[in-house]
Design a protein. Structure first.
Length: 380
């Protein structure tokens, strides 16, 4: 920042105006009247943005567009206050997101505004802007956010710096997706066996039981610790939270499979001190002499979701369905060789200590640190 300011004789604080959002932007709700059925019936190349935050906020792709401008969109429901930046893009925005268009680009850099809102719309100091009961961000509350507006040359330089960090992070995410596809390709290829290979049902190899850890989110909040609690949650490697105790019976080499939610998601546990709620099935081998547990884990990653059933309200993986799953079981030597080959790719795409997730997390923190530092102005 000193480099940005050093050519200026007058203190920067004298040049900064604090302006409310509605003075900087035209603020409107998205005008695209598009349902999931519309997307299904009219598939195309133009993204539909909504209050969905996964997949970069994209609900789906359709054959028409409503917007083609440099804009910021902000989710108003769900994960309210999540900001997205759009330029050189033809797209749609549904009514559960706000569309912000800068009124005067001569004094306002839209990307600078995006970086600020990305940070500030969810800042704890602005929680009064979010309705905690309904989880919505209203236009009247959004309009009240105050933004420090330095001269345009400062905005441009801050954007240049933050763009560099963003591009590094984006490149890492692309690398991650590429490696993930590579991992899945080799995994699937390694599990193509000849007709002579024996196939064995899971209930002949494993004892299958539901998790018994009676742990709620409140228990985790009241008793924080170092032992993970596995559930039907799939983000954060299936971990619901961390608590100060563990179940002795689970300190073994195990496989867990989610029951509901993202049913059929598989996790491997290597003699760790853990807890498992009834939201997951636990598979414990009867005999490890002829079975490499990690090999079975890789096999179940491929096929477990095919056995998930859909009830009227949710997806579910039943015990009876797991018992029917048949997996190839070559010699233990072949199992060990396949596991050795796949472990390399797995570390690269899943390990939060050594692999790409670790690097992405580090760069994300670095980006957020510099973003927050660059957008913190001394107004005294």
């Amino acid at each position: 920042m000193k480099k940005i300011y050093k050519s200026q004789n007058e203190p920067l604080s004298k040049k900064i105006e604090v302006i409310k959002t509605d003075k900087i932007f035209e603020i409107n709700k998205g005008r695209s009247k598009i349902s999931k059925k519309d997307i299904s019936d009219n598939h195309g190349i133009y993204p539909v943005y909504s209050s969905k935050t996964t997949n970069n906020g994209i609900l789906g792709w359709i054959n028409r567009y409503d917007y083609n401008d440099e804009l910021i969109t902000l989710t108003s429901e769900g994960y309210a206050g999540t900001a997205f930046y759009h330029i050189n893009e033809k797209f749609n925005v549904t009514g559960d997101s706000f569309v912000l268009k800068v009124k005067n680009k001569d004094i306002t850099n839209t990307k600078f505004m995006f970086y600020f809102l990305q940070k500030e719309a969810k800042n704890p100091s602005n929680l009064n802007l979010l309705n905690n009961f309904s989880g919505t961000l209203t236009k009247s509350n959004l309009s009240k956010i105050e933004i420090p507006l330095p001269p345009i040359q400062y905005q441009d330089e801050i954007v240049r710096i933050l763009n560099n960090f963003s591009e590094i992070l984006l490149d890492l995410k692309k690398e991650f997706e590429l490696r993930k596809k590579q991992y899945e390709y080799y995994r699937n290829k390694l599990f193509l066996f000849s007709e002579q290979t024996e196939y064995v049902s899971i209930d002949k190899i494993f004892e299958i039981n539901k998790g018994k850890s009676k742990i709620s989110k409140k228990d985790i909040s009241d008793n924080p610790g170092i032992y993970p609690v596995y559930s039907s949650k799939t983000t954060n490697n299936g971990i619901l939270g961390w608590i100060n105790r563990y179940e002795d019976q689970y300190e073994d080499e195990l496989i867990t499979i989610t029951v509901g939610g993202y049913a059929g998601t598989v996790f491997y546990h290597d003699n760790k001190k853990i807890n498992v709620t009834e939201g997951s099935w636990i598979l414990k081998a009867f005999d490890k002499n002829n079975v490499n547990i990690k090999f079975v884990f890789y096999a179940l990653e491929i096929i477990a979701k095919k056995y998930v059933t859909k009830s009227s309200t949710m997806l579910e993986l039943k015990k009876s369905s797991i018992e029917k799953i048949k997996i190839p079981l070559p010699s233990i030597e072949i199992q060990n060789k396949i596991v050795k080959n796949l472990n390399f790719f797995e570390i690269l795409i899943k390990d939060f200590k050594e692999g790409l997730p670790s690097e992405i997390n580090l760069r994300k923190k670095q980006y957020e640190y510099y973003r927050d530092k660059l957008l913190k102005f001394d107004l005294n």
